[in-house]
Design a protein around this ligand. Structure first.
Ligand code: GLC
Length: 404
């Protein structure tokens, strides 16, 4: 097959940037749009936050629990990278809310707590932030479908469930998206004009701080402080970019939630293997073929068909180019909102974003190079974007939310 079909030339990428921009602006104006732009009604406390919390991180495949102690010297996480459990079982048919709470509760009960503590819950699915710090689940993504949880608060039922079975009780629960958690973790590094959170792992998504006067859909009843920036979870995985190809349609056809998350299905770890499989419809592949498998093909090409390796690399490169285009779209909107923006801190999490190709440029390099080219094309070449890799950014950002 001709792997060039995955190539996106500069003009095509510019089309994608402009389309992203337009849909992002639409999301700031109205509800229920393709790029949802969900405001988060948790603002990180000004000055230093201090205190202990229990942090839960429910992503796509893994679940993590940790106690996080934030003090003058930084964050102490126990155990070091959180206690990790594979929760891919939550994707199986018939898996219920009660099953989920049970799975989640066991390791939480194991945490050592010397008094009442709040919970920070990094919940990596589209959810509408509520004024009390909880959030209402809008829909599931990434192959999960626990229907009875949709349209209901995510935090309160879990808090009640946990408090029935433990002492000391938990005092409170705050829900934030993983992109917002990354962004919050980045805020601990001062000296930037603005901050962005990016995830490229099982799924993909972006968050940014926005001026409330630019978020036209905010209502007086939201009671936001008009002088403070609002964290926005873009839910950019649902963007439907131009210039996807027929193979993308086939992947969508065979995936969960047909028609939704089209950007995510072309970019993120959960789907890259599916794109490769769909590129060779007559050949046989293993069932579990994720992005890790794809990158190992590129790094250890000798044991694979040469054709597979070439196509795998093109799929990887296109994913990075698409992420760069979405970032360029977001940055151009942020710059429109505030022309003085010059230095941006981008805190990125996700195994695909930090993956490497032993025989070519790494993913992060591919993104930053393409982003620089696109920003220059947009007349924004003087904007500097620093990519920040912060160990346990999600846990730290969520702890900040729990204590804010
Ligand atoms: C999916 C979710 C989104 C999350 C992203 C990365 O796109 O809908 O909420 O941020 O995955 O985990």
């Amino acid at each position: 097959m001709d792997e060039k079909i995955f190539n996106l030339d500069l003009q095509q990428l510019k089309d994608i940037v402009l389309d992203f921009r337009k849909k992002l602006e639409n999301g700031l104006e109205k509800d229920n749009t393709e790029i949802a732009c969900l405001p988060t009604f948790i603002q990180p406390k000004k000055g230093k936050v201090n205190g202990k919390s229990v942090v839960l991180d429910l992503g796509g495949t893994n679940y993590r629990v940790a106690t996080v102690d934030i003090n003058e010297n930084g964050a102490v996480i126990h155990p070091e990278n959180g206690w990790k459990k594979d929760l891919s079982v939550m994707k199986s048919p018939g898996f219920s809310e009660d099953d989920l709470f049970k799975e989640m509760a066991d390791p939480i009960y194991e945490t050592k707590r010397d008094g009442e503590m709040p919970i920070g819950y990094c919940f990596s699915y589209p959810a509408e932030s509520l004024k009390d710090g909880d959030a209402k689940l809008l829909r599931w993504t990434k192959g999960v479908n626990i229907n009875e949880m949709v349209d209901k608060p995510v935090g309160k039922p879990l808090l009640d469930y946990l408090n029935k079975g433990t002492e000391p009780k938990f005092s409170n629960i705050k829900i934030i998206n993983d992109t917002v958690a990354s962004l919050f973790a980045g805020l601990t590094k001062p000296g930037y004009d603005t901050y962005i959170g990016l995830i490229v792992g099982t799924g993909t998504n972006l968050a940014a701080m926005m001026r409330p006067d630019k978020i036209k859909k905010l209502k007086p009843s939201d009671e936001v402080d008009m002088n403070a920036l609002i964290p926005i979870n873009l839910e950019s995985g649902n963007f439907f970019p131009p210039h996807l190809i027929n193979i993308d349609n086939i992947v969508d056809e065979h995936s969960d939630k047909k028609g939704a998350q089209r950007f995510e299905k072309a970019v993120s770890g959960m789907y890259l293997g599916e794109i490769l499989k769909a590129s060779f419809p007559l050949n046989k592949f293993e069932d579990k073929f994720d992005a890790q498998k794809l990158t190992s093909m590129m790094s250890y090409p000798d044991v694979y068909k040469e054709e597979y390796v070439r196509v795998a690399r093109q799929i990887y490169h296109r994913s990075a180019a698409l992420v760069a285009a979405s970032l360029a779209g977001l940055i151009s909107v942020l710059h429109d909102h505030d022309n003085s923006i010059r230095k941006i801190m981008l805190t990125a999490e996700g195994s695909l974003f930090w993956s490497s190709d032993k025989n070519g440029p790494d993913y992060k390099e591919l993104v930053t190079e393409k982003l620089a080219t696109l920003l220059k094309e947009l007349g924004l070449g003087d904007i500097q974007v620093d990519v920040n890799q912060m160990p346990n950014a999600n846990l730290i950002g969520t702890a900040i939310a729990a204590l804010s």
